[in-house]
Ligand binder design. Structure first.
Ligand SMILES: [Zn+2]
Length: 387
């Protein structure tokens, strides 16, 4: 514990001994009130009012708020922001001094960091004209006493949208370490966004994902694209949409709007029924009537799917029960057939068709009585309206 016999506090740190938090009370009045408390309790030999640059607690920083703020502003540089929040971290030595003051006073002593945050925030607001946001600031500034330096954190920029993937062979997200050199949905959207924001990095958060070889048609899939450490926050979303859609022959986006982190959680947690169109093939010519019966037989059926072999590395091996809501044969021609399937969220459609070596029961193959392969698969509708 700090020896408190020689605590000398600046007028700011001293005035906080008064316990007065009303901002309309002047510092002088607070100092006066603090003096009365200190003398009433006979503590004058322990805590005294001293020179600001010799303050045992803040080392004079509260007298240099303006200077501190002037040093901070250039560090923010060209980054665009409308809202901010100031925080600070004090040293363990400063914490100990505050603790001992509280012990001597037998009341809560308002913390230095509280005053510093408040004063620095006020000065910053005056100098920049920006607003404080406790909830969701564009930038967060943290003053660290140990290093006498600022750390600046920029909130990522989040844009919501819906994408359609018109071609096969497009992964939704990048492979690690191959950023910027691929044709993923993430890269095609993220690169255009970061060109507009001068961001450092980007991440696509999709509401589920389709396989690389599956097209995403119909009403498209919801996503939120995140631009990390953006310099520019106000972008022309019409421009973003036009640039993505004209520069890509495989990805189309729509419904772009500003979003936030909460929406990432929302779309990540949403589960919707989906409709698919599948082209399947058999090694023999397909018997149209038998195929029709097998397809119709799947409608309304509970399906038991053990985790597919192709994903067992990344997901726990268990049996999931899912329902096929409808299964409609569309056409049969030679060895091939086309059908539409509407299934509960989370159904593995390829496995529903080929059966995954018996791991999915029943399957279209098992009901048809012959092995069926999936030639092409498209998501044709995501039932976001709950139907
Ligand atoms: Zn002080």
């Amino acid at each position: 514990m700090q020896n408190t016999e020689s605590l000398s506090l600046c007028s700011h740190c001293f005035s906080r001994l008064s316990g007065i938090k009303d901002p309309s009370v002047s510092n002088e009045e607070r100092v006066k009130a603090a003096f009365s408390i200190i003398s009433e309790r006979g503590l004058t030999h322990q805590i005294s009012l001293g020179q600001s640059d010799e303050c045992s607690l803040c080392h004079g920083i509260l007298e240099r708020i303006d200077e501190l703020c002037d040093a901070l502003i250039p560090q923010i540089g060209q980054r665009e922001f409308e809202t901010f929040l100031v925080g600070s971290s004090v040293t363990s030595e400063q914490e100990e001094i505050e603790e001992s003051i509280s012990e001597i006073l037998k009341t809560d002593y308002e913390k230095l960091k509280k005053e510093l945050n408040r004063e620095l925030g006020k000065a910053f607001q005056d100098k920049t004209g920006k607003e404080v946001s406790f909830d969701d600031p564009d930038i967060t500034v943290n003053f660290d006493f140990s290093y006498s330096s600022f750390r600046i954190q920029v909130k990522p920029l989040y844009i919501y949208g819906i994408y359609r993937k018109l071609k096969r062979g497009i992964p939704q997200t990048r492979w690690i370490h191959r950023s910027g050199e691929d044709n993923s949905v993430e890269t095609q959207i993220g690169m255009v966004l970061n060109n507009l924001t001068s961001g450092e990095e980007f991440h696509l958060h999709g509401s589920g994902r389709e396989d690389v070889d599956v097209r995403m048609l119909g009403n498209g899939r919801e996503f939120v694209i995140e631009s990390v450490n953006p310099r520019i926050r106000r972008i022309d979303l019409g421009d973003l949409l036009k640039t993505i859609n004209t520069s890509s022959d495989s990805i189309q986006v729509s419904d772009l709007r500003y979003s936030d982190k909460r929406e990432v959680v929302r779309i990540k947690n949403s589960n919707h029924n989906k409709s698919y169109r599948a082209k399947v093939a058999s090694s023999e010519p397909i018997d149209s009537e038998r195929f029709r019966k097998a397809a119709l037989n799947l409608t309304g059926k509970d399906i038991y799917q053990r985790t597919p072999l192709r994903v067992t590395g990344s997901r726990s091996d268990l049996v999931r029960k899912r329902q096929v809501l409808s299964c409609q044969p569309e056409s049969v021609s030679g060895n091939e057939a086309v059908l539409e399937i509407k299934a509960e969220a989370g159904t593995y459609i390829k496995e529903l068709i080929h059966g995954d070596g018996g791991r999915t029961q029943p399957s279209l193959s098992s009901l048809y009585g012959e092995e069926l392969k999936v030639l092409e698969l498209d998501v044709i509708w995501i039932h976001r309206d709950g139907e």
